[in-house]
Design a protein around this ligand. Structure first.
Ligand code: FES
Length: 127
């Protein structure tokens, strides 16, 4: 049902935790399944320099968010522009059809974190 990479990410998730000095925070929940996550990012010179996440949800969501953090950390905002749930599914080598929405949840929370960063930047709260 799950390939080895997915299992590896949900048993050993990368970048899990909170961040007190985040430049952007995004959270999102799926009312259908009740799962929820929060993503914290740090951005320096338009590059994602750090990212952390907290999850109250399924093991697939842990795997999709874990791999998302690896995909975006160290990348410029330009490079990650347009990243979508399907990119996460591809990076993980596939997911069961009924679990692909977990990847969309990860990406949505990440985009909310980026939006929050842009808002703070426009207000002059961060560089
Ligand atoms: Fe809800 Fe995975 S089943 S995010």
């Amino acid at each position: 049902m799950y390939n080895q990479k997915v299992v590896e990410h949900f048993t050993n998730p990368r970048n899990i935790g909170e961040m007190n000095d985040a430049h952007g925070i995004g959270s999102y929940g799926d009312p259908d399944c009740g799962d929820y996550l929060k993503i914290y990012i740090k951005v320096n010179r338009d590059t994602i320099t750090d990212i952390k996440f907290k999850i109250f949800g399924c093991s697939t969501l842990i795997a999709t968010t874990s791999v998302l953090t690896e995909m975006v950390k160290g990348k410029s905002l330009q490079e990650i522009k347009g990243i979508a749930g399907d990119d996460i599914v591809d990076e993980l080598g596939g997911l069961p059809e009924d679990k692909t929405h977990c990847a969309k949840l990860s990406v949505t929370a990440f985009y909310f974190a980026l939006q929050d960063y842009q808002k703070r930047k426009n207000l002059g709260w961060t560089r």
